[in-house]
Design a protein around this ligand. Structure first.
Ligand SMILES: NC(=O)c1ccc[n+]([C@@H]2O[C@H](COP(=O)([O-])OP(=O)(O)OC[C@H]3O[C@@H](n4cnc5c(N)ncnc54)[C@H](OP(=O)(O)O)[C@@H]3O)[C@@H](O)[C@H]2O)c1
Length: 280
């Protein structure tokens, strides 16, 4: 691994397969962090106009298909839809060597699924990013198998950090819970924005005003959470809750026996169960 750009430990060469929402965010993040474009090869049969422009502007090599004559890279990043693994694997299998690190962000595909499809691969990192990766504010749960060397893990960390924070897991069995909390989590927050707007409308506000208030409240609270890392969410909540006040009146409802906590627990368990079913 040759360090390059921003102090990050980027690989000397990598192939990215698929530049949709997530692959595109990774590519943009790597280039923004200073990964030399000539080290990247992108395999994408139908690149979106923004990806075409990015590759042309920065000098990233873009090919439609893997050909057997290509040089094997140090790292192979799989970012196609999970159901495309079967389709892309035969062409990639010839490229994979024992020294290569394969990083898969394919939801529901286990490390065994990847190793079964790419039989010469040894080192695999399975990662579960989330949607805010699109703006570099994601969080990715990642797990490395025992064949991953410390250098490869550092390289995976540098590559995944380009779209936000990385949380390394000790056990692949935890990935369904990560999917249920942070993978699906952005949708819960968006739904909270919808519910808050709807409740504002029910409380008498014009619908557009309620929608703006709800959206900006979630945006601002998220930004505050991000900035005030020395304070826990509970401390931030307590800092805006005066005893007997309006916030306390609402929290009495939200924090009651039938409140948000058991509901969120139930929702997360349902997502975890479904993640298990989809990967089983
Ligand atoms: N989006 C998320 O929030 C999220 C979160 C966690 C994990 N993931 C995982 O990330 C992966 C990508 O998801 P996404 O949302 O980025 O999907 P996406 O936008 O559909 O991106 C997949 C990309 O792969 C391309 N592709 C299809 N066939 C290919 C081939 N033979 N060779 C190379 N590229 C090919 C697709 O092109 P076409 O459009 O032409 O088919 C598309 O550009 C998925 O496995 C998903 O489980 C996504």
């Amino acid at each position: 691994m040759n360090p390059s750009g921003g102090g990050a430990s980027f690989p000397a060469s990598l192939v990215l397969v698929g530049a949709g929402k997530m692959g595109g965010a990774l590519l943009q993040g790597w280039l923004d962090l200073g990964l030399e474009p000539r080290r990247i090869r992108l395999i994408e049969p139908q690149p979106a106009p923004n990806i075409l422009a990015l590759c042309a502007e920065r000098g990233v090599r873009l090919v439609q298909n893997q050909t057997s004559t290509e040089e094997p890279p140090e790292v192979l990043v799989l970012a196609v839809k999970p159901q495309m693994l079967e389709t892309v694997a035969p062409a990639l299998a010839a490229l994979v060597g024992e020294a290569m690190l394969v990083i898969s962000i394919l939801a529901g595909k286990t490390m065994k699924d990847v190793l079964d499809r790419l039989p010469r691969a040894r080192a695999v990192v399975r990662a579960m990013p989330n949607l805010p990766a699109a703006i570099g504010c994601g969080i990715t749960g990642a797990i490395a198998n025992s064949a991953v060397t410390p250098d490869q893990r550092q390289s995976a960390d540098a590559l995944l950090s380009a779209i936000g924070q990385v949380e390394w897991l000790a056990d692949e069995g935890l990935i369904d819970a990560v999917t249920a909390v942070s993978g699906s989590g952005p949708a819960y927050v968006f739904y909270l924005a919808e519910c808050l707007a709807e409740a504002g409308r029910a409380a008498g506000l014009p619908a557009d005003t309620a929608a703006r208030l709800a959206r900006a409240t979630i945006e601002g609270s998220g930004a505050l959470l991000a900035q005030r890392i020395d304070q826990s969410p509970a401390e931030l909540r307590e800092s805006v809750t005066s005893p007997g006040g309006t916030t306390a009146a609402a929290l009495d409802v939200l924090m009651g026996d039938e409140g948000l906590k058991p509901l969120i627990e139930k929702a997360v368990l349902a997502a975890k169960k479904r993640a298990g079913e989809l990967s089983g």
